[in-house]
Design a protein around this ligand. Structure first.
Ligand code: AMP
Length: 170
């Protein structure tokens, strides 16, 4: 499957200078979406994942189907004010702007082997923040999966010590 055929580049969105990679044509195509989820699920299974985490919001689209395929739990990592119970929080810089991510304090157990799934690896700030939340909760991060890596932004430098699976590189 040539996934690149399903990605649309949108210049200057959401702000000038950003080449936004739109995954909606990929997830809008049944065959391409299923194939992408199967590829990422195969990786997560090989890592022995006991939980899958997806950061708000596109991480949900990828992480939840990967978790159900493996028969393991899915944990949402969300923006502040969205999770109803006690949370762990982490602040970080984005390619555009700043962000804070939160996770329920009791979501990850100390024995958990966690795979983190998101649509895109840019500067690596989002995945790094998610890793910090998992590790603060006492879990182990055993793999990171993305549909797209923006190679120039060198996000990989921040997450060198973890196994990584990407479906496309730009
Ligand atoms: P980062 O934290 O810099 O690795 O950014 C990753 C997050 O921001 C991902 O969850 C993406 O959804 C989003 N993102 C960053 N840059 C882009 C881009 N050029 N196109 C689409 N999404 C992006």
């Amino acid at each position: 499957m040539k996934y690149e055929d399903f990605i649309m580049n949108v210049p200057d969105f959401p702000i000038e200078g950003i080449q936004f990679k739109d995954i909606t044509p990929l997830i809008g195509d049944g065959e391409a979406f299923q194939s992408a989820i199967n590829d990422l699920a195969e990786f997560a299974k090989a890592q022995g994942a006991t939980k899958v985490i997806g950061p708000d919001a596109r991480g949900f689209i990828i992480g939840a189907p990967v978790a159900t395929k493996l028969g393991v739990g899915f944990i949402p990592v969300r923006k502040p004010g969205k999770l109803p119970r006690e949370v762990l929080t982490f602040d970080y810089e984005l390619e555009y702007g700043k962000n804070t991510l939160c996770m329920h304090k009791d979501a990850v157990k100390p024995h958990d082997r966690v795979v983190i799934m998101d649509d895109l690896l840019a500067t690596g700030g989002t995945v790094e923040a998610t890793i910090k939340l998992v590790e603060e909760a006492g879990g182990s991060v055993v793999g990171l999966g993305f549909m797209i890596e923006l190679v120039e932004l060198q996000g990989r430098e921040k997450i060198k010590e973890y196994p990584i699976k990407v479906l496309m590189q730009y």
